[in-house]
Design a protein around this ligand. Structure first.
Ligand SMILES: [Zn+2]
Length: 223
């Protein structure tokens, strides 16, 4: 099961904890996510609305059932949920807006993640359900996308490194070829400008050419 975050904000103002049931405030079997009043609340996964209503504690709330025994509950909504009991919802569907109705000191979403059976060690048994820490489950889809993205980037970088290597190799080979060509040209010029021509003028011109080519070759080697 993959869950997206119910709000654009992914910060948590009060996390999931269980310190014991014998004193007040010893447990918070959900997370609180702060947001501006009126911020849209989205269904974290596709499912079907089990409950939608109002109570003094929860304020306006909606409870959605999902595949594999999962349930999510969204509390303290500003106004009644946008979906009715029995309605099918899709992942990301706007189901209400953040408010501060019920026992709440300011606008935030109190978000519960339950399952009929225990899915991970931190889960705590409540009446008929196991409360799970939403922080461990929300945004898994995002994480997987990040992993896929990371794999894609790693692959691109590897391909790029191979390409640069190959280009460097090609460049180096070309450099060697140029050096050899220049050496051959110089040798041929040497031979052509040899003493058998019998003309000093030509010989001098050839000597200058050879000297210039020598300079060029040194330039290439320095690079
Ligand atoms: Zn809360």
């Amino acid at each position: 099961m993959r869950f997206i975050w119910p709000l654009d904000n992914h910060a948590i103002s009060r996390d999931f904890y269980y310190r014991g049931s014998i004193y007040i405030g010893g447990q918070h079997m959900a997370i609180d996510i702060p947001a501006n009043r009126g911020a849209v609340v989205k269904a974290v996964a596709a499912g079907k609305v089990r409950e939608a209503g109002f109570s003094d504690i929860n304020g306006n709330y909606v409870d959605i059932g999902h595949d594999a025994g999962w349930r999510t509950k969204y509390r303290h909504l500003m106004e009644p949920a946008f979906v009715n009991v029995g309605a099918a919802v899709f992942q990301g569907q706007v189901i209400g807006r953040v408010g501060s109705t019920g026992w709440s000191t300011g606008p935030h979403l109190h978000f519960d993640l339950w399952n009929a059976s225990r899915q991970s060690p931190e889960a705590v048994y409540k009446v008929g359900v196991w409360a799970h820490n939403p922080e461990l489950y929300l945004g898994q889809e995002d994480d997987e996308m990040d992993e896929a993205e990371a794999r894609r980037i790693a692959k691109e970088e590897a391909n790029f490194a191979v390409k640069v290597n190959r280009e460097n190799q090609d460049g180096f080979n070309q450099h060697l070829i140029n050096l050899i060509r220049q050496a051959i040209t110089a040798a041929v010029a040497d031979h052509a400008a040899g003493p058998h021509t019998g003309k000093d003028e030509v010989s001098e011109a050839r000597m200058r050419d050879i000297a210039r080519e020598e300079d060029d070759r040194l330039e290439v080697t320095k690079r």
